[in-house]
Design a protein around this ligand. Structure first.
Ligand code: AMP
Length: 447
């Protein structure tokens, strides 16, 4: 039997009702904060990720789904070359399923010159991402992220700490409004490019005498990208990493002030946080503010979301200076955390329409069409079912009411409606039917 590929999964009802409720809430919150949706392709040129996320990160070095493009018809080859006869050769372009979406958003920002507008771009996305990780609870190879970015030219205020605070405040509101309880915000600053260079140098030196005790990845990273040593999960390396120099000791004046301003604004709006100096996030593009929201109901994979500032990302992709800040919520984990609190959604079907007797199907379908257009959720049976069978099916469908459509009902223009929870049955005029079915606590009526 063919099965879903390891690390991928089907999302089925009723879980998808909870997913949809979360996504509807996200869209509602995003609108109130003036974010607008961006949809970027699911695959991109591999270099986009190696140059932004970073060669030495776990994502790029181990986890990407990458392949060589073999398409002939729409080559990445410029039109001129196609015209001059290279058509038919494989483009050979290296392509990758997106492992995250910030790089794609920044690529789109550069490609469409969104910075030329001179304003901040506030963009959000919801969609699948792909990483070849070892699957476990809360960790999948296809997973979903809900993310947002504030990016723009410095003249539009894109570097201001108010946007770090705005993003964090929005996340607190979003998590509160979807009903997540007891989340925790962990905050850090990894400094600007200069601070990072000084800190990397300090790490390199501190690591030199210790490296022989550490894992092979750390030994390599100590040379190429020492900050990534802090991402190491190998247990025997942890006591060594704990004693390494702290990033806060290497922040320059500007970064320290920026970070203090973010903290002060969070204090003013009343959002609790803890500072976690070890949290440098597993992606190279971060500068200054980095953060994670965690939840106790998730076990080992406790991060519901992560994000931070990326002031140099656009320039590293040959774009204009465009500081930015953003986050990505792991939607799978957010749903797991909500379910760990007992959150479920029971979307009740309002009415099951049971045609009774031959020739009643057209009448049932017509009534269903009209009620659905009047905003009632309706399902229909079939005239071949006996009444008892229709009742069973209505119960199984989870309907609140069953509406009988027989010859007499159609002739009289009024229908027998039975509440399946209370067993109460009434006759309702066609004109009142939609309102009656929509009313969650209909009053008993005498026919
Ligand atoms: P990152 O893009 O690595 O900063 O991750 C942001 C968030 O995405 C994390 O906090 C997780 O909630 C979620 N996430 C990352 N990787 C996975 C995965 N393999 N499966 C499920 N969720 C993930």
């Amino acid at each position: 039997m063919l099965k879903a590929v390891r690390g991928t999964r089907d999302l089925l009802p009723p879980d998808t009702d909870l997913w949809n409720r979360v996504e509807a809430k996200v869209r509602d919150v995003m609108e109130r904060y003036n974010f607008h949706e961006i949809r970027t392709p699911i695959f991109e040129d591999t270099q986009l990720f190696s140059r932004s996320v970073g060669e030495e990160t776990d994502i790029v070095s181990k986890e990407m789904f990458t392949w060589e493009d073999r398409s002939r018809a729409i080559p990445a080859v410029p039109v001129l070359e196609v015209a001059s006869g290279t058509r038919g050769r494989f483009s050979g372009q290296s392509l990758t399923l997106r492992p995250e979406n910030t790089a794609g958003v920044v690529r789109a920002y550069i490609e469409h010159r969104l910075g030329d507008k001179g304003t901040l771009q506030k963009l959000y996305y919801i969609g699948p991402q792909f990483r070849r990780e070892r699957p476990q609870k809360g960790r999948y190879r296809q997973f979903y992220q809900i993310g947002a970015e504030i990016i723009g030219p410095p003249s539009a205020g894109s570097e201001s700490p108010i946007h770090d605070a705005e993003i964090l405040e929005m996340l607190a509101t979003l998590l509160d409004e979807v009903g997540l309880r007891d989340w925790q915000l962990q905050l850090n600053s990894v400094g600007g490019a200069d601070d990072r260079a000084r800190y990397n140098q300090a790490l390199r030196e501190a690591l030199k005498p210790l490296l022989h005790q550490m894992c092979a990845d750390c030994q390599r990273r100590a040379e190429t990208n020492p900050l990534r040593v802090l991402d190491c999960k190998v247990p025997k390396d942890q006591p060594i990493i704990e004693k390494l120099p702290k990033v806060s000791e290497y922040l320059g004046e500007a970064s320290r002030e920026h970070f203090a301003a973010v903290g002060a604004m969070l204090d003013t709006v009343g959002i609790p946080y803890t500072i976690n100096e070890r949290m440098v996030r597993g992606l190279d593009y971060y500068t200054r503010t980095t953060f994670e929201f965690t939840h106790g109901g998730l076990g080992a994979q406790s991060a519901v979301l992560g994000g931070g500032r990326y002031d140099g990302l656009s320039e590293s992709l040959e774009g204009p200076k465009a500081p930015g800040i953003g986050f990505a919520i792991g939607e799978d984990r957010l749903i797991l955390a909500l379910q760990s609190q007992g959150e479920t959604i029971v979307e009740k079907l309002r009415a099951y329409i049971a045609p009774l007797g031959s020739g009643m199907n057209p009448h049932a379908l017509k009534l269903a069409r009209e009620l659905r257009r009047e905003g009632v959720s309706v399902d229909i049976g079939d005239e071949v079912f006996r009444l008892k069978r229709s009742f069973e099916l209505a119960e199984k469908a989870g309907a609140r009411f069953i509406v009988i459509v027989g010859e007499n009902e159609v002739a009289a223009g009024q229908f027998a409606v039975k509440n399946l929870a209370t067993a109460e049955q009434v006759q309702v005029q066609r004109a009142e039917l939609a309102a009656y079915l929509k009313d969650s606590n209909p009053q008993p009526r005498k026919s």
